[in-house]
Design a protein around this ligand. Structure first.
Ligand SMILES: [Zn+2]
Length: 332
């Protein structure tokens, strides 16, 4: 008797750096790709939204990608108003960076990128952070079955220099909590949180998870009362070494923490609390878009679409104090 074979998963088309440069051999090809993704052929003025026939003057040969809008009398390009606004590096470098961010399983460090692009460390750092900002622009909500858990990012007290020790105990002291919500099908939302109390955690859950969803958590007090918020709620009791109870477990979201910590430990090395949210964005985006059946070019297109809808991020805004002033180094 012949056994029924499982249908094979479609295999995504991936390509190496050589192929990437064959696809984007010059600035012109990069601009064509970007303009097509942003406007689909007809340029739209990002200042006033005008796109009527005759409103947009075609670019002059001296500035091949600079359009001019008649109604508002302003110039613009496909990068105007986005995180790539005022970029100093060629577009080809941005495309290489996008490719690297998406294909490196544990991310890419600014130091490594600066060597590959032959640029200053600060330039690479700024480019990566602007791409990370765009990674967090997804507005989807989670549904059906969602695992929720929190983790703590930061160095161990015992490894810190005497001057940096908080002398307030061990464990989660001096670390930044990160909340993660992951659908059983794989989509993830994660963000650093100021506190792990009921108000903060449940506020974020109601913002990001649709009512009627079944939520699985551990027995952390911050999740108590979720059943009263139009969710089905079950928890596993880690304190008595219960990790799976029927369908209830949080192994999916816990595997995300393992990956995030490996990226911090193995690639980024040092993550400032100010910028932690963006690193979490990057790890989440890679996981959400990292499905084996999605081609690399489709993942790049998806990230570029996020980039063009993300407002520019001036350095002052990026480095502004976000209230998380504690220092984070290494991994818990
Ligand atoms: Zn205009």
């Amino acid at each position: 008797m012949s056994q029924k074979r499982k249908p094979k998963k479609p295999i995504a088309e991936t390509f190496g750096v050589t192929q990437l440069y064959r696809m984007f051999p010059d600035e012109e090809s990069c601009w064509r790709w970007l303009e097509n993704l942003r406007w689909g052929g007809t340029p739209v003025c990002p200042h006033c939204g005008s796109c009527e026939e005759g409103d947009i003057k075609p670019p002059p040969p001296s500035k091949p990608h600079h359009h001019w809008c008649k109604p508002c009398r302003k110039h613009f390009t496909a990068t105007t108003g986005t995180v790539m606004h005022s970029r100093r590096r060629p577009l080809q470098d941005w495309i290489y960076t996008i490719y690297s961010v998406l294909t490196a399983r544990k991310g890419v460090s600014a130091m490594q990128l600066s060597k590959e692009l032959d640029c200053h460390y600060r330039t690479a750092w700024y480019m990566l952070h602007r791409i990370r900002e765009a990674c967090g622009s997804g507005t989807f909500t989670l549904s059906e079955v969602v695992e929720v858990d929190e983790t703590y990012i930061g160095g161990k007290e015992k490894n810190k220099h005497a001057s940096k020790k908080l002398k307030a105990g061990r464990g989660t002291v001096g670390k930044i909590p990160v909340l993660g919500m992951r659908e059983r099908s794989g989509r993830l939302k994660a963000m650093p949180v100021a506190a792990v109390n009921k108000v903060t955690l449940q506020g974020l859950i109601t913002d990001n998870v649709e009512a009627g969803t079944t939520i699985y958590t551990d027995e952390h007090g911050g999740y108590e009362g979720l059943a009263g918020l139009f969710y089905g709620h079950e928890s596993v009791k880690h304190s008595v070494k219960e990790y799976v109870n029927g369908l209830c477990h949080i192994n999916g979201v816990e595997s995300v923490w393992a990956l995030l910590k490996r990226s911090i430990h193995g690639t980024w090395h040092h993550v400032s609390p100010k910028h932690l949210a963006r690193y979490v964005n990057e790890a989440s985006f890679r996981l959400n878009e990292g499905n084996v059946s999605i081609d690399t070019i489709e993942r790049m297109e998806s990230l570029v679409r996020s980039i063009v809808r993300t407002d520019r991020l001036p350095l002052a805004k990026m480095t502004a104090d976000n209230g998380l002033s504690r220092h984070v180094q290494g991994v818990a």
